[in-house]
Structure formats: C-alpha cells, structure tokens
Design a protein around this ligand. Structure first.
Ligand code: NAG
Length: 456
C-alpha cells in the first residue's frame, strides 16, 4: 500500500515513457534526475521536435528569437540570461544545473541539448587544435619521404574538404553507442548530417576556404608548417556552422533528432589526434605520389604469393602485417597491387611501401584500391560527414599477354598509356624484353618466354 502511494505521488514528476528509437520497446525515465541518466531515446519519447516547434510558435516572438536565434532566445526566455551557447568558447555554457527547477522533462531536455551541441563543437575544436602540431610534423615526414617536386601544390579548397572529414571522425568517436548485434549507432553523426543536408549552404560554410588567405594554392612542402593556420580557418567555419545549427530551430531539431545529444558528450576528449588527422595523412601521401607520377598498378587475377612459387624473378614467401611482401600488396581477392612510376621503372618502391605501413600513414588498401577516384578531387560529402576520394593518384591495370609477340603488340595497360620505355629489347641480338619492377605477368615464368627483368 505504501509503495503504491509513493508511485502515484511520483508519477507526474518522474513520468515513465515508452520509446522505440532503437527498434525495441523501452521504458525510459526522462526526468532531469533520472537514476539511469540521460537517454538518447528521450528525444523521441518526449516528442521534442513537436515541443520545440510549438514553443517557437507560441513564444518565439516574445522571446526575440528573430534576432537572438533559437538557442539564445530559449535560454534567455527561461531566465538563463548570462549564458552563450551558440559559439565555440571555453566556458560560456555550463551544463544545466541540477538545482534548477524545470517546468517539464521537455524543458530539461531542450536545455540539455543546447548545452550538448555547444559542448560537442567546443571539444571537437579543441581536439583539432591539440592535434595540429603533431599532424603537421607527420605531414612534413610524408612529404620528405615521397619527395615530390618542390613546386607541387594543392588548392586550399581541397585541404578544407579534407579537414571537413574530421567532423565525421569526431562525431563517431563521441556520439556512438553500442546497438544490437554489435553495431554502432552513430547518433551524433547521423543527426549532424541531417542538419547539414537540411540547409543547402551549410556544408559549403563548413569547408569553404579562408576568405582572407592570399594563397589559393599551398605547396606540399609548406602544408605541415601552415597546418595550424589552416586549422584556424577551419575552426572559424566550424563556429559559423554551430551558430547556424543553434540559431535555427529546424536545424537544431534535425541535429538533435536522433538523440545523439541527449546523452553526456564527453568521449571526444579521448579523440587521438592521429585518428582525427588520418585522412589528411592519406591525402598528403596521395598528393605527393601524384606529384611524382607514381601510380597504383593492379595485376588482376595474379596472386603474388602463389606466383612467386613459379618463378625466381620475384620473391614473396609470406605477408607482413599490412598484407604485403616486398613491393606487392595482396587484396585478399586474388589480385596484387604495386606502386609504379612510368618514368622510373627500375624502382621497386619496397621501402616506401614498408614505411607507409610502419608509420601508419595509411593502410595499403587505401593507397592501392583507388580505381574509382584516380584523377578526381576530394569532395566533402554531407551525408557521411566524410570525403569522397581522398586518394586520387593514378591507377593503371596491367594488360598481361601470354606471349612475347603479343606483349610487344598490345598496350601495356588496360587504361593508361604505355611507359615511355615499354617494349625495349634488352639487346639488339636477342628476343628479350625489359619489364618494369611492377610487372607480375606470365612472361616472368622461367624458360617459357625468354623475358628478362629490367634490373638484371
Ligand atoms: C511558452 O512559454 C511559457 C512560459 O515559459 C510556457 O509555460 C509555455 O508552455 C510555452 N508554450 C509552449 C507552447 O511551449
């Protein structure tokens, strides 16, 4: 009897609601002092979209939302006049207080989400600053290793697109919660992507090149040292982006609609700079390869491990971590890739391949499997908060022929021009061909065709 009375008394305050945003029925306590804490399910359970739309319709004018924007007008109308939550700053937007009296659970969750959006962008921006110097050093190392021509450069706009992809990384690290069957629900990522897709010029705002920069192009050798400044430009874009989201209640509800901000947003503190800037590393690596004319050469249907058992011309007895032996990377589907430089066919690029893996600049699938991106420019994709085509250096597929005569007659590659020296004879008195180090064709098999590798 006593228990029953307690429950009746508590019900209006601690209303228990049924929600199913993750696919099954849950009873969720969405009160400010819920013992189970904040819950992503509460956004839907409390019908927050409707609450905010109704609130804007009823109170928006009186609250001065036209001039203040949603977040600030909501805060001020609720007496929180000293807070600023639509910027990226260090301490102008504390978390909602437990001592505050909330008129409803919706009231609490609206305030919490305003805070959490602020908190996410502030921490993300901080993580970018923290990692910039180390990332700059890594970029310098990549450029020094691949040694592109000094004048090789990249448009600042491409670099901004690449920096934009850090939003996807940060949002997955922060807002991901375990789902059913080991899946990860990227609630913040999906929410932010919905917001960016909801307003046409918002993605452009995020990745636009600096208006004040004199240089529309940056030399590869200068990117490491100017990274801190590039990141500052990007952080200004970030500031505009978060302001747009906080000030426009439809963008705000889109960003928060998945429930990603209806939880404690603190995981981003653990974002490692290496993870945040990984895509930048791959981009710089690919740009440097491209500037040197180095392409990814694919030997379709040739498995280097198996092939090496038939000839002494190549060596591949076991794979190192990263899936390669010497210059060969195996894709696990029976194909082998290797770097190839049409102007320097004697170079094996073994050291480069090894260094990429050891230094964790990129994974080899990222530098070799670039069929769909060769020759394109990186493009920010609001739907995934990532970048389409980070690695865009050349890609050539070998066009192997079974005989000496056909090899000389047919094109060297299926999709690229012949190397300048393709088809040269080893000497004028014998029927032996020079083949580049990336060649993994049937003519290497001893005694059958009378071919000779270039390095012998
Ligand atoms: C408008 O504001 C008042 C005062 O805070 C509040 O009681 C009321 O619920 C709000 N209206 C709507 C539709 O949210």
């Amino acid at each position: 009897m006593m228990l029953w009375c307690t429950l009746t008394y508590l019900l209006p305050l601690f209303s228990t609601v049924a929600a199913s945003p993750v696919g099954r029925e849950l009873d969720v306590d969405c009160s400010p002092d819920s013992s189970s804490g904040l819950k992503p399910e509460c956004w839907a359970a409390l019908e927050m979209d409707k609450y905010i739309t109704d609130w804007m319709a009823a109170n928006g004018t009186a609250a001065g939302c036209d001039t203040l924007g949603f977040a600030q007008c909501y805060l001020q109308f609720n007496g929180l006049t000293t807070l600023t939550c639509d910027r990226i700053t260090s301490s102008t937007c504390p978390p909602p207080s437990s001592r505050f009296t909330y008129s409803s659970n919706q009231h609490f969750y609206a305030l919490w989400n305003i805070y959490a959006v602020y908190q996410f962008f502030t921490q993300y921006s901080q993580a970018l600053s923290n990692g910039a110097s180390l990332a700059g050093q890594t970029v310098d190392k990549i450029v020094a290793t691949v040694a592109p021509p000094i004048e090789a450069q990249q448009p600042a706009s491409s670099l901004m697109n690449i920096l934009g992809s850090t939003l996807g990384v940060a949002s997955l690290f922060t807002g991901a919660i375990p789902g059913d069957a080991g899946t990860i629900l990227g609630l913040i990522q999906t929410g932010l992507s919905q917001a960016l897709l909801a307003k046409k010029n918002l993605p452009e705002t995020l990745v636009k090149p600096s208006q004040t920069a004199d240089d529309r192009f940056i030399q590869l050798g200068d990117i490491g040292s100017s990274l801190a400044n590039l990141v500052k430009d990007y952080q200004n874009n970030l500031l505009e982006t978060v302001a747009s989201i906080q000030r426009d209640h439809t963008l705000f509800t889109a960003a928060c609609g998945q429930g990603g901000f209806s939880q404690r947003v603190t995981a981003s503190l653990t974002i490692q700079s290496a993870q945040l800037y990984r895509q930048l590393q791959l981009f710089i690596l690919s740009s440097a390869l491209k500037a040197n004319g180095i392409v990814s050469a694919k030997s379709t249907g040739v498995d280097a491990l198996q092939f090496a058992t038939q000839t002494d011309e190549i060596s591949c007895t076991a794979l190192s971590p990263g899936g390669f032996c010497n210059q060969w990377w195996l894709d696990g589907e029976g194909n082998t890739y290797s770097f190839h430089n049409p102007g320097d066919t004697r170079n094996t690029h073994i050291e480069l391949t090894k260094t990429i893996v050891q230094e964790e600049w990129a994974t080899l699938d990222q530098v070799f499997q670039i069929e769909d991106c060769a020759g394109k420019e990186p493009e920010f994709d609001a739907a995934s908060l990532g970048v389409r085509c980070i690695a865009t250096h050349g890609f050539c597929e070998w066009n192997y022929q079974p005989t000496y005569a056909e090899t000389r007659r047919e094109p060297q590659f299926k999709n690229c021009p012949n190397d300048p020296k393709w088809g040269y004879l080893c000497s004028s008195w014998e029927n032996r061909l020079l083949v580049p180090e990336s060649y993994l064709g049937p003519l290497l098999i001893e005694g059958r065709f009378g071919f000779e590798r270039q390095d012998t």
